[in-house]
Design a protein around this ligand. Structure first.
Ligand code: ATP
Ligand code: MG
Length: 432
């Protein structure tokens, strides 16, 4: 019992891991085309980094943190999300300095930790790929970043997803809207869920994010934040919308959408999958603008825009949509070796092949020929080289191309001197 993995975690095994590598690699290539560079921050942080950024009343801070005191009595938490740590790093390393390109654009990938009720697409250790762009207030940054996220899902082969946007405005907007929301919700207070009654006092905007069924009814009729946007906030949002239109990017506006994190300002967005069978866990990507966060963590006023993608959900959606991903890796050569006398020569052969830049493996268990051929098959080997006592004596080795069944004998020296030529000869199509 105690030797089982903790609840809400997963072992990513060979066979499955190839899919992870593929979706990560696709992100790396795409994001680097957009001039994002990778950043790696620690898996744990001083808790203030998170509480200060994400907000004291957020679900993450009130319920979901993996926090503890270390042996030096420091209050530490495993990171529940990627933005706050990256902003902390941006400030601490003075990445706003004149020697750095502006906007400063980074992406990250790795595990995040939240103590929540595990379900399909909801884990306690889950994985995100996210990006942050620092230093641009331009609505074009909002639009190109959202388009990059959309392009990612397209490149992976998804087709059923949609973009939802909203604006949370600036501090002036928030203040006006907060009061309107309190006025609307206070008479309904007794009918709200317990959580939302508490949220109403602490941070009424959070009520909009409630997952409770009854709360959702009231939320549907709540005043719209878009009616409370200050003039600069309205201008920013109108420009984002106009740019999306001009680039013919389909989107929906949901004025009741808020995000679980306090740091957002202006544009926020989610990309949701419409594939069947995902339940409530259909949000693939979430993000937006955070113009106050860098200053909040002690840096100079610097606008930011970013998003995070949930990788487990990406894989669930790809499966639900029936998208085929690479699963097996390929082997160039397998060396079948028969009898202990050829053990050393087999070692030489397999090493020479690897040194020539090909993938290769061999039997090391002294198995019978049949077992070794079976392994070669399972590994999907392109060539099988067979080395026995008689081959060793004559200095030859048998080479077979598994696809065509073509078979030849070549001198061992040919393998040692130019395996590439042997490989080409065996894999070239007839008549070419
Ligand atoms: P939700 O409303 O589903 O709890 P969230 O608002 O807490 O999501 P964010 O903090 O915005 O999520 O994280 C961005 C993305 O990371 C989500 O859209 C989702 O794809 C993924 N994600 C968040 N929490 C989890 C989790 N516990 N397990 C798996 N993926 C997650
Ligand atoms: Mg959540």
């Amino acid at each position: 019992m105690s030797y089982q993995r903790p609840k809400g975690t997963a072992d990513l095994l060979p066979g499955e891991i190839e899919k992870w590598q593929f979706i990560e690699e696709t992100a790396r290539l795409l994001f680097s085309d957009y001039q994002y560079q990778e950043i790696r921050t620690p898996m744990f942080e001083h808790i203030e980094v998170i509480t200060r950024s994400v907000g004291d009343t957020s679900d993450i801070v009130t319920k979901e943190m993996y926090d503890f005191y270390d042996k030096g009595n420091r209050h530490i938490t495993l990171r529940p999300e990627g933005t706050a740590p990256v902003v902390r790093s941006f400030v601490e390393n003075k990445l706003f300095g004149p020697e750095y390109t502006k906007p400063y654009k980074v992406y990250y990938t790795g595990p995040m930790f939240r103590y929540e009720r595990p379900q399909k697409g909801r884990l306690r250790q889950f994985h995100q790929i996210g990006v942050e762009a620092f230093g641009s207030e331009n609505p074009a940054t909002d639009v190109e970043t959202m388009m990059m996220a959309l392009a990612y899902f397209e490149q992976l082969g998804m087709s059923e997803f949609h973009l939802v946007i909203n604006s949370l405005g600036d501090p002036e907007t928030r203040q006006n809207y907060r009061q309107a929301l309190i006025d609307y919700l206070t008479p309904l207070k007794d009918e709200l869920s317990e959580d939302s009654q508490r949220r109403l006092n602490e941070n009424p905007l959070r009520v909009l994010d409630s997952k409770d069924k009854r709360d959702k009814q009231f939320v549907a009729d709540a005043p719209s934040i878009l009616d409370y946007l200050s003039e600069p906030a309205k201008k920013h949002f109108d420009e984002v919308v106009a740019m999306l239109d001009a680039l013919e990017v389909p989107y929906q506006i949901d004025s009741n959408m808020v995000r679980g994190l306090d740091y957002y300002t202006h544009t926020i967005f989610e990309i949701m999958s419409d594939a069947k069978g995902l339940g409530a866990q259909n949000t693939l990507c979430a993000g937006g603008r955070y113009n106050q966060l860098v200053a909040e963590l002690g840096g100079p006023e610097t606008p930011g825009f970013g998003f995070a993608i949930g990788m487990e959900r990406v894989l669930l959606v790809l499966e639900a949509e029936g998208v085929e991903l690479p699963t097996s890796h390929q082997l160039d050569a397998y060396v079948v070796n028969l009898g202990e006398v050829v053990n050393l020569e087999a070692l030489k052969v397999v090493q020479k092949i690897r040194q020539a830049g090909f993938s290769a493996d061999r039997d090391v268990l002294n198995r019978k020929a049949k077992g070794q051929f079976k392994t070669a098959d399972r590994l999907n080997a392109t060539l099988v080289l067979t080395l026995g006592e008689s081959e060793l004596e004559s200095g030859m080795i048998n080479v077979k191309a598994m696809a065509t069944r073509k078979e030849i004998q070549v001198p061992l020296t040919a393998i040692y001197e130019d395996f590439g030529a042997v490989y080409d000869q065996m894999t070239k199509e007839e008549g070419e």
